[in-house]
Design a protein around this ligand. Structure first.
Ligand SMILES: Nc1ncnc2c1ncn2[C@@H]1O[C@H](COP(=O)(O)OP(=O)(O)O)[C@@H](O)[C@H]1O
Ligand SMILES: [Mg+2]
Length: 132
């Protein structure tokens, strides 16, 4: 299964990323709940790229370890970076009611989640959902 590179630059790309994620999840054999979890995480991360970085890229691929397969994602942008990342991940930042759940939500929906962000340089997020 080939990697899927989805450029993220316009609102419509969020839909494309979501669809690509769901398609790969189906190919890998995720059940409907797994498909929805992955697609939801990917669309939140794509939305953040549009909102805060302007543009970036999401790569979807097949993950392997010794005993299982999964869906891996890498979201990268060269935007401003995430200020107060610790506070954001602690759920402490929600400027508007009902918001501020994108990153913590995506982390909860996936099995692996890692953020590397550098002020003024950009953000890279690695995520993975294992098939169980
Ligand atoms: N790719 C990104 N680049 C820069 N800042 C980001 C990025 N993604 C998230 N952020 C910052 O982290 C905060 C929390 O993001 P999120 O959890 O998705 O909540 P929301 O987008 O609703 O504010 C955002 O308000 C923004 O300041
Ligand atoms: Mg968000």
């Amino acid at each position: 299964m080939a990697d899927r590179h989805v450029p993220i630059a316009h609102e419509a790309d969020i839909v494309t990323a979501r669809r690509q994620a769901r398609e790969l999840a189906i190919e890998l054999g995720f059940d409907v709940l797994g498909q929805v979890r992955i697609a939801t995480a990917v669309s939140e991360l794509a939305r953040n790229i549009i909102q805060y970085a302007g543009n970036g890229e999401i790569t979807l691929s097949v993950a392997h370890d010794e005993r299982r397969r999964g869906l891996a994602l890498i979201c990268s942008d060269q935007g401003p970076g995430i200020a107060n990342l610790d506070l954001v991940l602690a759920g402490g930042i929600s400027p508007v009611r009902g918001r501020g759940r994108g990153l913590t939500g995506a982390r909860a929906l996936l099995d692996e989640f890692r953020i590397e962000t550098v002020p003024g340089r950009g953000t890279t997020i690695w995520g993975c959902k294992w098939l169980t």
